[in-house]
Design a protein around this ligand. Structure first.
Ligand code: GSH
Length: 203
């Protein structure tokens, strides 16, 4: 089994943090995104989404999409981390907050990054106005996130979940790429993000 990744990217870090939390290990193959390794016909044939991370199983089956890879490991590796939540209400709440933070936060952040920086301009048409609008939407979402965290220790409730991993990476992107000052204006995000950042699994 091999995990194709570009280790520093948010989508690959999502899988790495998840694996750390459930105590799983996997062989890794580094993919040079800027050099276009993921857009070669060979990689595109393996990856349904054309992106990293990509998990290749020993029988040649390929799984792309970071959340699908996390789900695969969660079933394969005995663990009590419960990162997708216990069946019933808890898993529904995890799913709800995970989709909210992904669709309204991380994807908006990705669109802002890609369209403003032109990082992937060798393979897509970058529209700076769309990038700026996406950045505005991602920043506006911070208020919702801060409000949620004002009465909840973690995004989906009292327990750490995959939604927190995605939220953590969204905040890193906003701080790193757009220099958004989380520590000043968003006190509840600040406390939660600092708490996660102190965990060795999130390093
Ligand atoms: N929804 C996908 C997103 C994957 C994704 O956007 N990966 C980026 C790195 S964070 C990538 O491979 N970019 C290369 C490209 O778009 O050509 C997932 O969660 O796996």
């Amino acid at each position: 089994m091999k995990l194709y990744e570009s280790a520093a990217t948010p989508s690959c870090r999502r899988v790495s943090i998840f694996l750390n939390l459930i105590g799983a290990q996997v062989d890794r193959v580094s993919v040079d995104l800027k050099g276009g390794e993921n857009i070669t016909p060979e990689f595109q044939a393996k990856s349904a989404s054309g992106t990293v991370p990509l998990l290749e199983l020993d029988d040649g089956t390929n799984i792309s999409e970071s959340v699908a890879i996390c789900r695969y490991f969660d079933h394969q590796v005995p663990n009590s981390a419960n990162l997708f939540g216990a069946p019933g209400l808890e898993s529904a709440q995890v799913e709800m907050w995970h989709r909210i933070v992904e669709f309204q936060g991380l994807i908006a952040g990705f669109q802002a990054f890609r369209n403003i920086t032109g990082f992937y301009s060798d393979r897509e048409n970058c529209v700076s106005e769309w990038g700026e609008e996406s950045k505005t939407r991602a920043i506006a979402f911070l208020d919702k996130l801060d409000a949620r965290l004002s009465h909840s220790g973690f995004l989906a409730g009292d327990n750490l979940s995959v939604a927190d991993i995605t939220g953590f990476l969204f905040i890193n992107l906003m701080k790193g790429a757009f220099k958004v000052d989380i520590d000043e204006g968003y006190s509840h995000i600040h406390v939660w993000h600092t708490k996660l950042g102190a965990m060795p699994e999130f390093q």
